[in-house]
Design a binder for this molecule. Structure first.
Ligand SMILES: Cc1cc2nc3c(=O)[nH]c(=O)nc-3n(C[C@H](O)[C@H](O)[C@H](O)COP(=O)(O)OP(=O)(O)OC[C@H]3O[C@@H](n4cnc5c(N)ncnc54)[C@H](O)[C@@H]3O)c2cc1C
Length: 297
């Protein structure tokens, strides 16, 4: 039986794993996709103390090196269920079953969909949630961005270096973001902001061809980048009854949920601001709490 299984290896899970390993816990980490989580999809990170101007993928690589250096045990597996057993929990992944005394849930959030016809069919065929991953496919083409938050604006500036023209379609009459990024977006000659509008229909056969707006206006576009918010990744813990009405995990000051020994950290926990260092801090607090409880026994 493991002392601790960490599910999700973004910044929160990675920071937790470093402290757990150095605290001498018998720890296993499970990640369904890529170590680094969201970092792999961020272009530039300007606010990570001590590493200004680092790309997301470089930071993910540095964290991966740290994991390897400490010989932290991780597997690429997707967790699909968790069951309570005597003295702990059984974790079921797509490949194995594991028994553990403690769990840190660090599975972050995924981008929300518009919920329109053709959206799933044309995902990866013009529709994307990640400019860093897919932007190069749209070199010198016209694209649309839906949304007006920080992610939408950051991604618009990134895409402006690649594409011919960007239409930002935003349902409000002005951006709510308080940052110099708004001026950069508004003054960029490649970006046209269409306020008070929404995408009503997504059109295309094999690939995306156009979008129809609520007003009836048709925009011919090769790309549609959707940034309208996020939903916590919680499908595998729906039966645990530890989530609030919006699907975020409810935790105490040490990031423990009401299920003893199950912690939740990072973007899975509701915050005012979702940031790398905050996810890391949560992960560290959770690991230290587990270590302290084991030491006290
Ligand atoms: C476009 C964009 C730009 C950003 N820019 C910045 C920035 O400049 N500075 C900053 O500080 N923050 C930035 N952020 C926020 C930052 O990326 C997040 O706050 C941070 O990554 C959260 O870390 P996390 O570990 O909680 O979750 P994530 O990074 O989301 O990692 C969660 C991990 O869990 C895995 N997972 C999910 N479900 C399962 C499962 N069932 N089984 C196994 N593994 C699973 C996922 O594959 C993923 O690797 C940005 C975010 C976005 C989207």
């Amino acid at each position: 039986m493991f002392d601790l299984v960490i599910i999700g290896m973004g910044p929160g899970g990675i920071a937790a794993s470093i402290y757990a390993k150095r605290g001498n816990l018998n720890v296993l980490c499970l990640e369904k996709n890529m170590l680094g989580g969201e970092l792999n999809y961020i272009d530039k990170i300007d606010n990570y103390p001590g590493l200004n101007n680092i790309t997301g993928s470089s930071l993910a690589y540095k964290l991966m090196e740290h994991i390897d250096e400490l010989n932290i045990n991780y597997k690429i597996e997707s967790v699909i269920d968790i069951n309570k057993i005597d003295n702990g929990y059984e974790i079921i992944s797509n490949k194995n079953k594991y028994l553990t005394k403690n769990i840190i849930l660090a599975t972050g959030r995924v981008a929300k969909k518009l919920g329109l016809e053709n959206e799933d069919r044309l995902l990866g065929r013009g529709i994307s949630h990640c400019a860093v991953c897919d932007g190069a496919f749209f070199k010198n083409k016209n694209v649309c961005i839906v949304g007006g938050g920080m992610s939408a604006l950051q991604e618009a500036l990134y895409l402006a270096n690649i594409v011919n023209k960007i239409y930002i379609i935003y349902r409000k009459d002005k951006f709510n973001v308080t940052s110099s990024i708004v001026d950069k977006v508004i003054n960029n000659p490649k970006i046209e902001v269409i306020y008070n509008e929404e995408v009503k229909a997504i059109n295309g056969n094999e690939y995306l061809e156009s979008v129809t707006l609520k007003s009836g206006k048709l925009i011919n576009t090769s790309g549609l980048f959707i940034y309208i918010g996020y939903t916590p990744s919680v499908n595998y813990i729906k039966n645990l009854d530890i989530l609030d009405n919006d699907g975020y995990a409810l935790v105490n000051n040490n990031f423990e949920t009401k299920c003893k020994g199950i912690y939740a950290v990072g973007d899975l926990v509701k915050k005012d601001t979702y940031q790398i260092v905050l996810a890391m801090a949560d992960g560290i607090r959770a690991s230290l709490d587990i270590i302290n409880k084991i030491v006290e026994k």
